[in-house]
Design a protein around this ligand. Structure first.
Ligand code: HEC
Ligand code: HEC
Length: 385
């Protein structure tokens, strides 16, 4: 075996970047499982985006072993590394061939996945600078596929990377795991420590802070034009107070985009028989309200639920949103007995589980709440058990 000693290979910036990326990636994976954690998801995702841009820059300007120039992309070396993993205990000072490829793939896929996620936020949730994409209904399924595929490949590369690192650490005894903590790694005698320059330290730390600020900023200013603010947001109480007040006297306000025009015509055709209820006394302005609702029915909206409702109604008169296939699919993880809960009572009590329901023409993920249920019941629903 070669004579070896410990040298400094990973600068503070490189290590902080590495663990920051791990934390952000794990956060995006976990938050994607919770339907009301979109904000956490995009906050961690944007942190990842900034971190990865730093890593690209770092690959050209960083200390020796962090530079792409120093990576080993030779496919022969990669095959050699994998086949001789158990025999050859060669010391790699910077990235070994597998780690070179893992880092490179994670950067490319990470940037790709982050960006497709941002576009998906526009196409699917009608939020942020890409909201105009929502006008094309074919884009959401496409972007979703691309986003999930990117994530799956990233996850596979990360898992292979972890297995490889553990093997090297314990089998080759290169102290590769602790090297990402303290920066020191075993190397053959004669190879020197890296000495990051002041400029490298400052620019690197600056970027790390920027990544952190971006994450917090996305969280705090979630209605900024970059990620929030539906471009055609309407507050019903402002736009049409009679509708907002009169139609919310018995149940939460049902926004017009919940049903198709055809369905609304039936629901509002006879004020004396609105789901067996006489609404004529409570809704004196029914004529103008009806006109407003018909003009803003599901077909006219690019909101996710509205699109789903009009697609799955297929021209039939489905007079309850809870009868549409789209709504049923969305809520399929909720067990039937939940609706007998004293605070929820019926599927139509949208406001029991959605905060701010009926306030605007959008239903946001962040507003989903299962406050009436126990933690265990909520977890079961969120994790789709
Ligand atoms: C007098 C009370 C009352 C008023 C006023 C009222 N509703 Fe209703 N509405 C009901 C009842 C009761 C139901 C049935 C709820 C259930 O089955 O859980 C219902 C159900 C609905 C549903 C179906 C919800 C679902 O399951 O998809 C819609 C849509 C709806 N109302 C819209 C309106 C609109 C729009 C207005 C104003 C024009 C209005 N309601 C005014 C009592 C009322
Ligand atoms: C028992 C609680 C409950 C009730 C009642 C309920 N929802 Fe939901 N809703 C949820 C949960 C939980 C989710 C997330 C489901 C998931 O992702 O698995 C959800 C998801 C949604 C979504 C998707 C949100 C997004 O951005 O992904 C929409 C839209 C929605 N509900 C509309 C409605 C409407 C309209 C009603 C009333 C007719 C309603 N919900 C009634 C619990 C409820």
């Amino acid at each position: 075996m070669e004579k070896k000693h410990k040298i400094y290979v990973w600068s503070k910036v490189t290590r902080l970047f590495h663990w920051g990326l791990v934390a952000a990636f794990v956060t995006t994976l976990v938050s994607a499982k919770f339907s009301n954690a979109l904000l956490i998801h995009i906050s961690a995702g944007s942190t990842m985006g900034i971190l990865l841009s730093l890593r690209v820059l770092w690959g050209f300007t960083g200390p020796k072993y962090s530079r792409f120039k120093n990576f080993d992309f030779n496919l022969k070396d990669l095959l050699y590394y994998f086949f001789k993993l158990f025999k050859d205990k060669k010391l790699y000072i910077g990235h070994n061939p597998a780690a070179s490829w893992a880092t490179f793939l994670l950067i490319i896929l990470g940037v790709f996945t982050t960006f497709s996620g941002w576009m998906l936020l526009g196409a699917q949730k009608v939020r942020g600078v890409w909201a105009f994409l929502a006008h094309d209904p074919t884009l959401t399924p496409l972007l979703l596929k691309v986003h999930v595929l990117g994530k799956n490949i990233m996850l596979s590369v990360a898992l292979i990377h972890i297995v490889g690192v553990l093997l090297e650490h314990f089998w080759h005894k290169t102290s590769i795991v602790t090297s990402m903590v303290d920066g020191y790694k075993f190397a053959p005698i004669g190879i020197k420590d890296i000495v990051p320059t002041k400029a490298q330290n400052h620019i690197g730390m600056g970027f790390l802070i920027l990544a952190f600020i971006t994450g917090v900023g996305v969280w705090k200013w979630n209605q900024s034009p970059l990620i929030g603010a539906h471009p055609d947001l309407i507050y019903y109480h402002k736009e049409f107070p009679e509708f907002a007040n009169e139609c919310s006297s018995c149940h939460a306000l049902m926004p017009p985009f919940l049903l198709t025009k055809k369905s609304w015509e039936v629901v509002l055709s006879d004020p004396k028989d609105h789901f067996y209820e006489d609404i004529s006394a409570k809704v004196p302005n029914l004529e103008s309200i009806k006109e407003y609702i018909l003009a803003n029915s599901a077909e006219t909206s690019i909101n996710e639920l509205a699109k789903g409702v009009s697609e799955t109604s297929k021209g039939r008169n489905v007079y309850r949103v809870t009868r549409t296939k789209y709504w049923k699919d969305l809520h399929s993880s909720i067990p039937r007995e939940i609706y007998s809960h004293p605070y929820i009572k019926s599927q139509s009590r949208c406001d029991a589980c959605h905060n701010n329901f009926g306030v605007t023409n959008y239903i946001d993920n962040e507003d989903i709440t299962l406050k009436h249920l126990s933690l265990l019941e909520s977890l079961k629903i969120y994790l789709k058990l």
